[in-house]
Design a protein around this ligand. Structure first.
Ligand code: PAF
Length: 252
């Protein structure tokens, strides 16, 4: 696996050495789990070459403590990517990604204000900004996103279409633990007791009960529910267990 830190060097490689190869791209913030690796495997099946990126993007954290506590495990991430035979890893630093000093941003005025966007103001603008930058650097043919972050997937797909980016945005199925908990880098932050309760989020969504009933069930089980909503043919929810914010969604 070739590790790239400099966008200019990568652009040279992309334009000259691998210009006739299809490239699949898997952007991440690290702390990789089976969900991420399923994206890499899919990209490898569907493209000549696959590039992953790891960058913990400050612009998408509206809460400084959340950014400080975000799990990082670079060495083991690199091992995992190598064992999947990922071709390239783009590993930029903050200065490289935000040489503009955060003076430019992509802003969305509709979907980004709802659901997760209500409790995390600015979050999706931060996501869209960094994804636009990463796309412009990587120049992939297709990019792979997990359906766990369904609202993020919809926004990135819409952005790619709105700006004629000519990149296929491919949604990939959510991967779960045996007890139904959606895989997430944040699961590492759950205490033992919280981890046991966390499975109830998916169980409650699957009951087929009304939004309000699900909210009641979860609040009674120790969650602090942010929302349960039906959208895009899915039932989506966000809830906190202690300090850890979990999201999940199921097809209706
Ligand atoms: O889903 C994520 O890990 C991040 O939001 C992404 C898409 C890598 C942008 O930082």
């Amino acid at each position: 696996m070739i590790i790239i830190r400099n966008p200019k060097k990568w652009l040279f490689v992309r334009k000259n050495k691998i210009k006739n190869k299809t490239l699949g791209f898997v952007p991440t913030m690290g702390a990789l789990h089976e969900g991420h690796l399923s994206l890499i495997r899919r990209s490898k099946r569907e493209n000549d070459l696959t590039c992953a990126s790891i960058f913990i993007n400050p612009a998408q954290f509206n809460d400084k403590n959340d950014l400080k506590n975000y799990p990082a495990s670079l060495e083991s991430d690199i091992k995992k990517l190598k064992s999947e035979k990922t071709d390239f890893l783009f590993l930029p630093d903050e200065k490289t990604m935000y040489s503009d000093g955060y003076s430019f941003k992509v802003s969305e005025n509709s979907i980004s204000k709802s659901l997760c966007g209500k409790s995390r103001p600015g979050h999706f603008d931060g996501v869209l900004t960094v994804v636009m930058k990463l796309f412009n650097i990587a120049r992939p043919d297709s990019a792979y996103f997990g359906e766990k972050d369904y609202q993020q997937y919809v926004l990135i797909k819409n952005m790619s279409e709105a700006f004629f980016m000519n990149i296929e945005i491919i949604p990939c199925p959510l991967i779960r633990e045996k007890d139904g908990l959606a895989l997430s880098s944040r699961n590492r932050l759950l205490s033992e007791k919280e981890r046991l309760s966390a499975q109830l989020l998916n169980k409650a969504l699957k009951t087929g009960k009304s939004k309000n009933d699900i909210k009641r069930i979860l609040n009674k089980s120790g969650f602090n529910v942010e929302y349960v909503e039906n959208k895009w043919g899915r039932k989506l929810a966000a809830a906190k267990l202690g300090k850890v914010r979990l999201i999940d969604n199921v097809k209706i």
